[in-house]
Design a protein around this ligand. Structure first.
Ligand SMILES: Cc1cc2nc3c(=O)[nH]c(=O)nc-3n(C[C@H](O)[C@H](O)[C@H](O)COP(=O)(O)OP(=O)(O)OC[C@H]3O[C@@H](n4cnc5c(N)ncnc54)[C@H](O)[C@@H]3O)c2cc1C
Length: 255
């Protein structure tokens, strides 16, 4: 299928993108890498009247240590983050997780901002943001605000972003400390049946609920995961327990 007809503008700056979002109203959508939005449009699951292309806004793909945090601009592509030596050194959890995100062709286009704004509950990066206690920066015509990752993912494909807000960066506190990442998928590059991104104190499960789910290392796994073509909820719950046990062993955590 083909996408329904839409209008298109390209924003040169964050201010331009936010102003266009505010002016165009709820029928407008930002487009970054297009790797989630365009398939949704082609399947007619989304039909925005106006696309605001933010893909060429200069400087928004920057990755740098800034004081005691790693700052990653919203337009950083999955592949750029995966190959970045600073990320690998300071936050290897992200490097490891990104190896499991989709396929190389998709990783060269998809962005961290688009991935987090899309808020797929089976996605790796939202869970990493929870485990790492990341802060998400959002800009609108009213100014800039910072949202803790714990408060950012609001439900199935839902975030705390206001309709006229654009995600501009994520900030990850350093040092990130030891980590664990594992997911179970039927094939490399598929969305996970279940996964776990963990630091020593924060275990963030994905593909078990309508959003990534944070639990303390020994907390009960009180999820009610969905049944779908890939797995039953009971199987997901069992696998989450297996991943939790693997993480406790790998991180050397004892009750
Ligand atoms: C075959 C296939 C397999 C995939 N497998 C995986 C996988 O295993 N794991 C995984 O995590 N992802 C997977 N993806 C999705 C991929 O990672 C996408 O790149 C990502 O989810 C969205 O990033 P994007 O830049 O392409 O966003 P887009 O598709 O451009 O946008 C996605 C949504 O975010 C909004 N948006 C984009 N940027 C911003 C911003 N800066 N501020 C506010 N809103 C914004 C858009 O309006 C849209 O609603 C897969 C995609 C495909 C096609």
């Amino acid at each position: 299928m083909k996408a329904p007809a839409f209008d298109y503008i390209r924003a040169a700056t964050v201010a331009e993108a936010c102003a266009a979002l505010a002016a165009e109203g709820p029928d407008a959508r930002l487009i970054a890498g297009g790797q989630s939005l365009l398939p949704a449009m082609n399947l007619r699951l989304a039909s925005p009247r106006m696309l605001i292309d933010i893909g060429r806004i200069a400087g928004l793909g920057r990755i740098a240590v800034d004081g005691d945090m790693l700052r990653i601009g919203a337009l950083a592509r999955h592949d750029a983050i995966l190959r970045d030596a600073t990320v690998a050194h300071h936050v290897p959890l992200l490097t490891e997780a990104l190896r499991h995100v989709a396929h190389p062709a998709i990783r060269t286009r998809g962005t961290i901002g688009g991935n987090l704004a899309h808020a797929d509950p089976a996605s790796e990066l939202p869970a990493c943001m929870l485990a790492l206690q990341a802060v998400i920066e959002a800009v609108s015509p009213r100014g800039t605000r910072r949202i803790a990752a714990d408060a950012f993912f609001a439900g199935l494909f839902q975030t705390a972003l206001e309709p006229d807000e654009m995600l501009t960066a994520v900030e990850i506190p350093l040092p990130a400390g030891p980590f664990f990442f594992q997911e179970i998928a039927r094939r490399a590059g598929d969305y996970a049946i279940v996964g776990l991104a963990a630091s020593a104190t924060r275990f963030a499960y994905f593909s078990v609920a309508d959003r990534p789910a944070m639990r303390a290392p020994f907390a009960a796994l009180d999820f009610d995961p969905p049944n779908d073509l890939q797995a039953t909820g009971a199987m997901r719950l069992h696998l989450a327990g297996v991943l939790r046990d693997n993480a406790l062993t790998a991180l050397g955590i004892r009750a």
